[in-house]
Ligand binder design. Sequence first.
Ligand SMILES: [Cu+2]
Length: 269
Amino acid sequence: MTSRKPYRTAFLACAAALAPALAHGLPFWMQLPEGVSSFSGDIDWLFRLILWITGVIFVIVELLLVFFLIRYRHREGRRALYTHGNNRLEVIWTIVPAVICVVLALLSRRLWADIKQRMPEDAMQIEVTAEQFAWNIRYPGPDGKLGTADDIVTLNQLHFPVGKKVVVSLHSKDVIHSFFLPEFRVKQDAVPGMTTKVWFDAARVGNWEIACAELCGLGHYRMKGFLTADSPEDFEKWLAEQAAEAERLRQPVSRRELFGRVAPRADDA
Ligand SMILES: [Cu+2]
């Protein structure tokens, strides 16, 4: 009779290694970045659930693989056995993953609808147009409407007031990019010829990064934007500054202003 001690020891070792991680959701080296948006907690919960299910299955499958490799290794004088498999086992390992997938799909359905399908009412509207390799951010000007002459356009700078929901209409000028805000758990492709909407909000004032999560060309690595959640007063101040700057840039520039400090050409009057 074979001893069961090695299996029990292996099981206890695995359980001891996983116990702290189980208690805290994820071990510290697998922690996600701080969640800032109002739905980041729900996304993290679902992420951890899927990670635990797939992680446990992965460990079981790999342990079985190693066990079978050792148990049925080549030995002198032992003949290989040909088997058609086991129908009951086939049914079990088809039905169990199918049930898990259906349950996960049902659990994520509401979250998907809240984040991707139902855009919040009374949100601030911003347009973001991706291009190789920058983010063009467009705010409505004083008239409050996007797509008019007084729009305020910034490059790689997205400011918004803390606590306010922001709906971003995403476009792309050239290739597919991906608008990625890791701390907000937002990632959405920007596709040429399409408008895709995403929304987010921030629970606190702060600065984060906008990354491009789609390999979009040689300069992909430097396609970085800056995301700032301001207090409502700071945001109004910042927007007024941008509006003033946009107004100044709209004014025609005289030749003297442009070349004032440069020595006049011979044919200049
Ligand atoms: Cu890109």
